[in-house]
Design a protein. Structure first.
Lengths: 551, 184
């Protein structure tokens, strides 16, 4: 009896009419032509180029985060569709169905865990992908548009998470969505509680919040709307944008980094595709292990009348929640996120620095990298504060303090320019003064023609602030801690908001310079307002109650 | 003489038309296209507006905002959390009567908790603090808590209507946001 010859069997299968009808191409000889044909002749693979530059294969260069994000998106689609078989989006059934998924459905708990953890991993992966693309200057011409698509995809990733966590109808769900939709209700003009909203006739039953909720309160319609957005509408938009994103990567080629003499393009099959499969397999394995080890959180069933104490958003929105402590909802919840999205999209059009494309360039792009990373660090610092340092009643608890320790009531707040502040005539004194200050801040770095010595400027400024703090402490107006806050926040704002722009972007043309400075000063205003609230109990720097204008 | 036709044939002298006044003005190709594209744009704009309108429900099924809070005499002085879980309202009894505070933080709509030892309402979402009167003393809330309309029925029951709200000092202390009640 002849031994089983695997090679012969393989050949028989591959040469069969059935196999040949499914997979195009002739006999595989592993020639460059075969490898190219494998990409071109396969509908799933043909978004790839046939050959790529070697840098596309280096983990240290790409971090593989774009591909991993996509793998997670596919995994989320699969697990999400599975969950839909057991979940009914009504108030009476939603929570029960989630409980059934956890305790009565075979693999239900595992699939729900995988869906939740993959969603969180996708948020991390997409942010990491953006950081990588930024640091290697990969958004510069001709990739400006694709960077913008990417920013929209990041926004939609967060929106998918947001719409997703209403669905279990637990306490986290209902209060996160209550807060989120009330932020929409604070939108200027379009929301009933936003500035100018009531002037144009916005009421609780005809504004943008009303459409999101499908009613005046979080209820049956809201759950259904979020379900449809989460499962159908938003994934469709994401899918369309993903196709655009991939197509532009393909068209714009992988990297604009200058070619080196020794560089020779590498076949995508098998080198790149193999790595993509490995990354996807690793991602799936990671999510599976995580889902076995840890269950997705599920709080008590939603109670529309009583909020858990403290009530916190999922970690990736806790930074936004913390921001809402310092600013009015329309600023922290609408204007700032809007400015972040628009600002990110604008980056490729205001960054004229031709250097640093295709490699990490800390020295050649000091301003862009420093400001972008400052933004990322601030976002995660806010997340840390909100997640780890906030306890019952959303009071400040240090990590070593027990939440059972009752905290003294927070001291009363006051406003600098407002009815009870130092400048009661907020419109007469506050607006001109603050306007002049911010205008001076935006213009000065460019108007000072000579490049400042960074160290001297920083030293002088810190010395002045220190003198101010010492004087304040000596006069009994503040304690040492407040002095420290002042030194840290003012120092950081001065360095990132004045020294760096003065040294690096004062030669930019006026339109680009001004757009950049608006973004820079807005970022610094977050730091300054945090300092004002945390150290000096300042609620508003300027308040004009008659038009809901509080900053 | 004749009108100038939109597209005269080349190398041909203009021919006097037989009935110049009776002939309707012809639309040029350019104008026709403008009108066509304009109508298409109008169609898309109208569709978008209609789609947006579709998202505003005309009928909503929401619970009534009015409820019977029971016998006024059953309340002690101070804040009662009896109706918080069901109706999201604190019934506050003062020496001279009652007011009903809607337990919705004016910041972003969470339900604050009453802390009797500190005489404050504290919100668990962003840390807003309110006095017993509902005025903001700390945290980000932009305005005082809302008080709901409250009436003393002839039966001695308190009738609270959360659809009628007021939070301005000077107005909120008077009827219908305050129900006078003399201690028995």
């Amino acid at each position: 009896m002849p031994a089983l010859d695997l090679e012969t069997i393989k050949k028989e299968i591959i040469d069969s009419q059935l196999w040949r009808s499914v997979f195009r191409g002739g006999v595989w000889k592993d020639t460059p032509r075969d490898r190219a044909g494998h990409i071109i002749g396969n509908v799933w693979l043909h978004l790839h180029p046939v050959k790529v530059r070697p840098r596309a294969l280096e983990w240290a260069y790409t971090w593989g985060m774009g591909g991993i994000s996509f793998a997670l998106y596919l995994l989320l689609t699969l697990t999400g569709v599975a969950l839909m078989f057991y979940y009914r989006p009504t108030i009476g059934l939603a929570y029960r169905d989630i409980k059934d998924l956890e305790f009565a459905v075979t693999l239900g708990m595992f699939l729900r865990n995988a869906h939740r953890w993959a969603a969180q991993a996708m948020v991390v992966a997409v942010i990491a992908h953006m950081v990588r693309v930024f640091l290697t200057g990969a958004y510069k011409k001709p990739r400006e548009f694709n960077w913008g698509i990417g920013v929209l995809l990041l926004t939609l990733t967060l929106f998918l998470s947001f719409t997703g966590y209403l669905l279990p109808w637990d306490q986290l769900a209902i209060w996160a969505v209550t807060v989120g939709t009330n932020m929409a209700g604070a939108t200027p003009i379009l929301g009933n509680e936003g500035p100018l909203g009531s002037l144009v006739g916005m009421r609780i039953n005809n504004d943008v919040r009303f459409t999101l909720l499908g009613g005046t309160m979080v209820g049956e319609n809201t759950l259904l709307r979020f379900y449809v957005m989460h499962c159908v509408a938003v994934p469709l938009v994401v899918g369309i944008l993903l196709i655009l994103h991939f197509w532009r990567i393909r068209k714009d080629s992988f990297s604009a980094a200058p070619y080196s003499a020794a560089e020779e393009k590498i076949d995508v099959w098998p080198h790149l595709v193999k790595r993509e499969y490995i990354a996807a397999a690793g991602t799936v394995l990671f999510i599976m292990i995580w889902s076995i080890l840890q269950n997705a959180p599920l709080e008590a069933i939603a109670n529309p009348n009583v909020t858990t104490n403290p009530s916190k958003a999922p970690w990736y929105f806790v930074g936004l929640q913390e921001l809402l402590v310092y600013f009015d909802p329309w600023i922290a919840g609408v204007a700032m996120p809007g400015l972040i999205i628009v600002g990110l999209i604008a980056i490729p059009y205001i960054d004229t620095n031709p250097k640093g494309v295709g490699y990490y360039a800390w020295k050649e792009r000091p301003f862009a990298n420093a400001l972008f990373m400052l933004g990322i660090v601030m976002w995660f610092a806010l997340i840390y504060i909100g997640y780890a340092l906030r306890g019952p009643n959303y009071a400040w608890y240090w990590p070593w303090e027990s939440w059972y320790l009752p905290k003294a009531a927070p001291p009363p707040t006051w406003s600098v320019f407002g009815p009870e502040g130092v400048g009661a005539y907020s419109m007469l004194i506050g607006i001109p003064l603050l306007g002049a200050l911010s205008a001076a801040w935006m213009l000065l770095p460019k108007l000072i023609q000579r490049e400042l010595d960074g160290r001297k400027a920083m030293g002088g400024f810190l010395a002045a602030v220190a003198a101010l703090a010492v004087a304040g402490v000596a006069l009994g107006r503040m304690g040492a801690a407040e002095g420290g806050f002042l030194l840290f926040f003012l120092g950081a704002s001065f360095y990132f908001g004045f020294v760096l722009p003065q040294r690096h972007i004062r030669t930019l043309d006026w339109p680009r310079y001004l757009v950049t400075m608006v973004l820079v000063v807005s970022t610094m205003s977050v730091l300054l307002k945090m300092c004002a609230r945390l150290a000096f109990n300042i609620k508003y720097v300027l308040t004009i109650p008659s038009i809901n204008m509080n900053i | 003489m004749s009108e100038i036709t939109p597209n005269p044939a080349p190398n041909q002298a203009p021919v006097p038309s037989p009935k110049p006044a009776a002939k309707p003005a012809e639309m040029s190709r350019g104008d026709f296209l403008w009108a066509g594209w304009g109508m298409l744009a109008a169609f898309f704009a109208a569709s978008a507006a209609a789609g947006a309108r579709f998202m505003f429900p005309n009928v909503i099924y929401e619970p009534s905002q009015k409820f019977n809070a029971g016998q006024a005499s059953s309340y002690d002085l101070g804040v009662s959390t009896k109706w918080l879980n069901e109706q999201r309202v604190w019934i506050v009894r003062t020496p001279s009567g009652f007011y009903a505070m809607w337990a919705r933080c004016t910041h972003l709509g969470c339900t604050p908790n009453w802390w009797g030892d500190q005489n404050r309402f504290k919100c668990p979402c962003h840390g807003s603090n309110y006095t017993l009167d509902g005025d903001v003393i700390a945290g980000p809330a932009p305005m005082p808590l809302w008080r709901a309309k409250v009436e003393l029925a002839p039966t001695g029951d308190l009738i609270v209507d959360k659809a009628v709200l007021e939070n301005k000092p000077g107005k909120r202390e008077d009827a219908p946001y305050f129900a006078s009640y003399a201690a028995a």
